[in-house]
Design a protein around this ligand. Structure first.
Ligand code: SF4
Length: 432
């Protein structure tokens, strides 16, 4: 049985217990969330991992890191290094988005090494293999696509992005809409080209039951992709985006009926004042299914700093109810991320997720900040470093300029914390 089927039967699985333990909640809370469809645990029965994560309502906001080669750059060693960095800086999941090199070998190596759930976008492999064998993506058959999906499921991939909502109807809506940046999703672009060229319906939509059968067999969590997500602020929350979301909402219910865990992907580029409405729309149309947002980026002009733009959007989205943040790296829109970009992206998204956890009342989030404040008051540098999201960086920055006293090099002898403690007669530990 899948985690969803177990939960609906009233059974608490080992994975549910482990997630409950990590979240500090009752296992029954996790079971109930999965049964209701508002929590997923990506857990392919073919892949042993040591860090399961629950994604959804009432849980800590999770962070995904995308890794993977491009046709021009990247190799297995680099991708494994990116995986190591993502895990070191505590991404909750990784996605292998490779489109260059031996895709199966790279994915299997990542699966072997990864202690956290792995996601993929199978159409990348189906499309690149079709180009190699037949010369053009449009020659891909439904069987080509489903064969790759089944192979990846059999290998142990925990969740898959499937762009089932790019259909003839949503493409027609897109054409009538008129956009600044049309389609920016790679999977969405592949499918749009295939549908228009062949004048046929998207196999992932038309043969959705076939997809559900594979997902159920291995307990792959479906991540219904937003192939028509806005690629710029001017295209945000337009009719094409909403048409796709309406379709995804219906597919969510069909997944639940088939015993398949499912979440929904969301935009993209969204102005600050539309983010909350986007989350509410998804939650309403998709009946509370977990929402996996890609950023969202709150401005189009932050090239080189899009991890900051994405973290701002991610924090707002997570406060509004988004459950899962796909990181954005400083190289977004500019090039393939390297391991340093992966680190920057994970840290930025973790700041966003944690900022939301604090106000969402997630257990332990507020207490973590309070411990840091106490350490600051105490001028306890060791503890401050330990409590930092990036201890190595905190240690390096603090240590680069030494001082004669215990205060840091910012104010030295004029340290406000030291001065006030001496005038108030407070001892550090008594101050908070
Ligand atoms: S020296 Fe200034 S910045 Fe450093 S701990 Fe004291 S008050 Fe804070």
């Amino acid at each position: 049985m899948t985690q969803l089927e177990l939960a609906k039967s009233g059974i608490i699985s080992l994975e549910m217990r482990l997630v409950a333990e990590a979240e500090g909640v009752d296992p029954e809370f996790i079971r109930n969330g999965i049964a209701e469809g508002n929590v997923v645990i990506p857990a392919n029965r073919k892949h042993q991992i040591s860090q399961y994560c629950g994604i959804g309502k009432g849980l800590r906001v999770k962070v995904n890191a995308n890794i993977g080669t491009s046709p021009d750059y990247g190799d297995m060693a680099t991708e494994l290094e990116k995986l190591r960095v993502a895990v070191e800086y505590k991404a909750d999941t990784v996605m292998d988005l490779s489109t260059g090199g031996d895709l199966t070998a790279i994915r299997c190596a990542i699966l072997k090494e990864s202690p956290i759930p792995l996601g993929t976008v199978p159409i990348y492999q189906a499309a690149t293999e079709t180009i190699d064998r037949k010369g053009a993506i449009v020659k891909m058959t439904a069987d080509d696509l489903f064969r790759v999906i089944e192979e990846q499921a059999e290998e142990g991939v925990e969740f898959m992005t499937v762009h089932c909502g790019v259909t003839q109807s949503s493409i027609a809506r897109l054409k009538r809409q008129g956009r600044v940046t049309d389609v920016v999703s790679r999977g969405g672009a592949f499918l749009l080209g295939w549908i228009i060229h062949n004048d046929q319906e998207n196999p992932l939509y038309e043969q959705y039951d076939r997809l559900l059968e594979i997902a159920r067999k291995f307990d792959v969590t479906l991540s219904l992709g937003d192939g028509l997500r806005p690629g710029c602020l001017a295209d945000a929350t337009d009719r094409a985006q909403v048409e796709e979301l309406l379709i995804l909402g219906e597919l969510v219910e069909r997944a639940w009926d088939a015993g398949v865990q499912v979440m929904v992907e969301g935009p993209g580029h969204v102005p600050l004042d539309q983010i909350t409405a986007n989350v509410q729309l998804q939650k309403s149309l998709c009946k509370g299914a977990p929402f996996y947002v890609l950023g969202p980026l709150v401005t189009d002009i932050a090239a080189g700093y899009d991890h900051i733009s994405g973290a701002i959007g991610g924090a707002i989205a997570a406060i509004a109810g988004a459950d899962f943040l796909c990181y954005v790296t400083p190289s977004e829109h500019l090039g393939l991320p390297d391991p340093d970009d992966v680190k920057e992206g994970v840290i930025a998204s973790r700041i966003a997720a944690h900022a939301a956890d604090i106000v969402n009342g997630v257990k332990g989030a507020w207490e973590w900040d309070k411990m840091m404040s106490q350490a600051r008051k105490n001028l306890d540098w060791e503890e401050q470093v330990r409590l930092s999201l990036d201890p190595l960086r905190a240690q390096r920055v603090h240590g680069q300029h030494t001082t004669t006293g215990v205060a840091c090099s910012m104010c030295g002898d004029y340290c406000a914390l030291e001065l006030v403690a001496s005038f108030l007669g407070t001892k550090p530990d008594e101050c908070l």
